[in-house]
Ligand binder design. Structure first.
Ligand code: NAP
Length: 352
């Protein structure tokens, strides 16, 4: 199957916006049409508005594009857009995304609408059926378009690993994160704060991990989502790593599977993106490493071009049932790559 969709990126100059641009180069279905950012950048050529921090070169045709403002009128004037990706700061994204959704499908990486009861919070392998909220949302809000959100970067990799454990009866989850610097955007945390240091606080991150996981793993029934009923406690830390969040996870399960059964559940986990062979779908969403000292951010974050979550150190726990480490690339699976995969899923289903 082949689809053609023209894309606008809001927050195109930021850490996630740049990753969207990088991942959309040579995408088989999606083509970048509009780049939008703050008033500081609007009117400038992209190469003059942005400090490009990707390892790849800034593509010439992108460098020469003009950046526009993030409002509906500016996006409409700048091109013939089919889909909007939003990578704006969460605090200001709410009204802007709502305005754009009157006309366009908006796939948002921001926290603004994630917990709205009629907005799906999607990980394509985990809860694609939550997209059934979209017609309900469109009708309730009278919009031509809609808002679909992706979870917070640290939540995505956690929820992907919890999903295959649900069959063992998931009761309680304790997670401690070691989160990369790029998760704080660009320029993000000051070097003098983070060199030789760990910061044991990330604003609102623990709350997001706790509430979002329960929504994602909840059940869509009678036109609404009922939150999953496990208890979860998160503790979040910023560490001196450029990319890739590492998480230490403890789970209490109703059943008492052995390590092999849990590893097998991770290894066999597949979802709709794999069945539909979506362009950005990794063959194996969860990769299990056997070595005692993996996963590590530097070695494992680019597994399947950053789209797989890497699990290791699966072992029995004397207090809970099981414990393991998981690692995900925060600006790829945790941000732009996850957003593109959601859009691919909805385009395939005729929703976007
Ligand atoms: P960032 O590097 O700080 O980029 C922010 C972007 O928003 C820039 O393009 C900036 O444009 C634009 N912007 C800032 N103020 C604006 C305003 N008043 N009006 C319009 N545009 C404005 O942040 P980021 O890390 O890319 O994060 C973007 C969003 O994704 C956030 O909501 C974040 O929570 C979420 N997220 C981030 C990650 C990650 O790993 N970084 C992962 C998942 C989700 P200018 O350059 O013109 O200022």
């Amino acid at each position: 199957m082949r689809f053609n969709r023209k894309i606008a990126i809001l927050g195109a100059t930021g850490a996630v916006g740049q990753r969207f641009i990088e991942l959309l180069q040579n995408h088989p279905w999606f083509e970048i049409e509009v780049l939008a950012a703050s008033e500081r950048s609007a009117g400038k050529k992209y190469k003059n508005a942005c400090n490009w921090i990707m390892n790849s070169n800034l593509p010439n045709e992108i460098a020469e594009m003009s950046v526009v403002n993030v409002d509906l009128e500016s996006v409409r004037k700048a091109g013939n857009v089919d889909i909007v990706f939003s990578a704006l700061p969460g605090g200001l994204a709410g009204p802007i995304e709502s305005e754009l959704a009157t006309e366009y499908p908006v796939f948002s990486k921001t926290s603004a609408h994630r917990m709205d009861s009629d907005v799906p919070l999607i990980i394509p392998e985990v809860n694609p059926e939550h997209a059934e909220l979209i017609p309900i949302q469109k009708q309730a809000r009278g919009w031509k378009g809609f808002i679909s959100t992706d979870p917070n970067c640290s939540t995505i990799q956690l929820a992907m690993t919890l999903k295959p454990l649900m069959k063992f009866g998931l009761n309680k989850v304790i997670v401690t994160t070691m989160q990369a610097l790029s998760g704080a955007g660009y320029p993000g945390v000051s070097s003098l704060d983070i060199i030789d240091n760990v910061i044991p606080f990330i604003s609102y991150e623990e709350e997001k991990m706790e509430t979002e996981s329960q929504k994602i793993l909840g059940i869509f029934k009678e036109n609404r989502i009922s939150a999953a009923n496990f208890i979860i406690s998160a503790s979040c830390n910023r560490v001196n790593v450029k990319e890739g969040h590492l998480e230490s996870v403890f789970v209490q399960l109703d059943y008492d599977p052995n390590v092999n059964e849990v590893e097998e559940a991770f290894r066999r986990f597949r979802g709709e993106p794999q069945k539909l062979q979506l362009p950005s779908a990794p063959e194996t969403p969860i990769v299990v490493r056997d070595e005692p000292n993996r996963p590590q951010p530097r070695f494992d974050r680019n597994e399947a071009k950053g789209m797989s979550v890497v699990v290791g150190r699966v072992r029995k726990d004397p207090i809970m049932t099981m414990k393991y480490m998981c690692l995900g690339h925060n600006t790829i699976r945790g941000a732009a790559g996850g957003g593109i995969l959601s859009a691919e899923l909805m385009v395939t289903k005729g929703t976007a």
